[in-house]
Ligand binder design. Structure first.
Ligand SMILES: NC(=O)c1ccc[n+]([C@@H]2O[C@H](COP(=O)([O-])OP(=O)(O)OC[C@H]3O[C@@H](n4cnc5c(N)ncnc54)[C@H](O)[C@@H]3O)[C@@H](O)[C@H]2O)c1
Ligand SMILES: O=P(O)(O)OC[C@@H](O)[C@@H](O)[C@H](O)[C@H](O)CO
Length: 379
């Protein structure tokens, strides 16, 4: 079985590539980082270490790499043969990998009519559907129809905290023990062999919303409020009483939304929240707030982890006080190494809080969430 995975970064090597290799796939990573690609091709293996007491290490084998900038034809060749194509490049990069996936699928149509599947493993709602739209921009009607018959595009939700690595070995990754990969079963095409460790569900929406609006909401609020207080890591921030109070408050707010919208058991959801907070406290992980808060404009998007649940709570008559505090902290996030943070700071300076928030979230300036955040920002 052949898998092509775009993005040999933290989650690519530390989770998706690892789980696919262990399931018996030959995994080809596609990336633009030449050093990583060279190392993958020299060694054809790398280590994944658990960030826990045990430090259990697993050797991930049967892996190689292609640099998509240097060898685009090799990528197309491999994609044409792949049983499974996955991505973990970041939502904003999907449009850049779409062309080579489209070229690979076109080549595939000429050589085989065997089934294949494409799964985007990004922190966003409808990640694969978005990737599909981007791929289809490069296909004509006939190609779209032929590809729709043999290629499945299931959405997915992935959860495993993998911080930026500071290893002597360029390929080694330290990951938290917890992991969850949920895939939309009905959209899979062909006789797809179940990947051990993956959960298959009929309707992904409750799962991706539960993950994005709990793990990632909690993370984002920790990052922006913690950074505002001059803290550096997730562990430091979540152990700071004032930060923790706001994070816990925000998670109670998303909990009231999720348990009202879906049939999640309230007690089970509380256990889910407690588990997440303990994952943030992992003493074996040093996760920078600047990684977790990266790309604040994306994170303030309409459906994303902050504005998404906050506006939905308002729709059901609730006031998201803590989420609004988190959004206000995001609008006050000044980090000059992050291009989106720089862009956001300029937007806030030029248009004020209502104008900037309206622009990045697509909410009208008169929206009550924009007003609430403006009040919190002033405080
Ligand atoms: N790290 C985590 O804890 C985590 C957990 C769950 C989901 N995710 C999601 O996974 C995705 C990747 O996150 P990450 O933390 O692994 O980031 P990362 O920066 O470590 O990895 C991204 C990789 O994509 C590569 N890349 C960039 N442009 C590319 C292109 N045009 N073609 C091919 N490769 C390209 C980069 O070189 C890098 O190796 C994001 O959507 C993130 O939200 C991350
Ligand atoms: O990857 P982002 O930028 O969408 O979000 C940052 C973190 O919250 C995220 O990477 C988490 O570590 C991950 O989603 C845990 O499963």
């Amino acid at each position: 079985m052949i898998a092509v995975h775009f993005g040999a970064g933290n989650i690519g090597r530390g989770f998706i590539g690892a789980i696919l290799s262990q399931a018996g796939y030959e995994v080809t990573f596609v990336d633009i980082n030449e050093e990583v690609i060279q190392a993958l091709n020299e060694r054809n293996q790398y280590e994944v270490e658990l960030a826990s007491d045990s430090k259990k290490t697993t050797i991930i084998t049967d892996v190689k790499g292609i640099n998509s900038e240097k060898d685009p034809d090799k990528v197309i060749e491999k994609l044409a043969q792949a049983d499974l194509i996955t991505t973990a490049v970041g939502p904003n990069i999907l449009k850049f990998v779409a062309k080579s996936i489209a070229d690979g699928l076109k080549k595939r149509l000429k050589t085989t009519n065997s089934f294949g599947n494409i799964i985007a493993c990004e922190n966003m709602i409808g990640g694969t559907a978005h990737l599909q739209e981007e791929i289809e921009k490069y296909l004509n009607e006939q190609e779209k129809e032929a590809i729709a018959k043999i290629i499945g595009f299931p959405n997915s939700a992935v959860d495993r905290i993998v911080p930026i690595q500071e290893q002597k070995d360029l390929l080694k990754v330290s990951v938290e023990p917890f992991f969850e990969w949920v895939v939309e079963e009905e959209k899979l095409k062909g006789d797809f062999p179940k990947i051990p460790g993956v959960t298959y569900v009929k309707d992904l929406i409750p799962y991706i919303e539960r993950k994005l609006y709990t793990v990632n909401t909690g993370h984002a609020v920790t990052a922006y409020v913690g950074y505002d207080k001059g803290l550096q890591t997730v562990k430091e921030a979540i152990e700071h009483p004032e930060v923790r109070k706001i994070v816990e408050g925000a998670l109670q707010e998303t909990s009231s939304l999720l348990t009202a919208q879906y049939s999640f058991d309230k007690e089970e959801h509380q256990t889910y929240i407690s588990k997440i907070l303990s994952r943030f406290e992992n003493q074996y992980i040093s996760d920078e707030l600047t990684r977790v808060g990266r790309s604040p404009i994306r994170k303030l998007g309409y459906d994303d982890r902050l504005v998404g649940p906050a506006r939905k709570l308002i729709e059901i008559g609730k006031t998201p006080e803590y989420l609004a505090t988190g959004i206000a902290a995001a609008l006050n996030y000044h980090y000059d190494q992050d291009p989106e943070a720089v862009q956001l700071a300029i937007l806030v300076k030029e248009q004020g809080i209502p104008g900037a928030l309206s622009k990045v979230s697509d909410l009208p300036e008169q929206h009550s969430l924009v007003q609430l955040v403006t009040e919190k920002y002033a405080q």
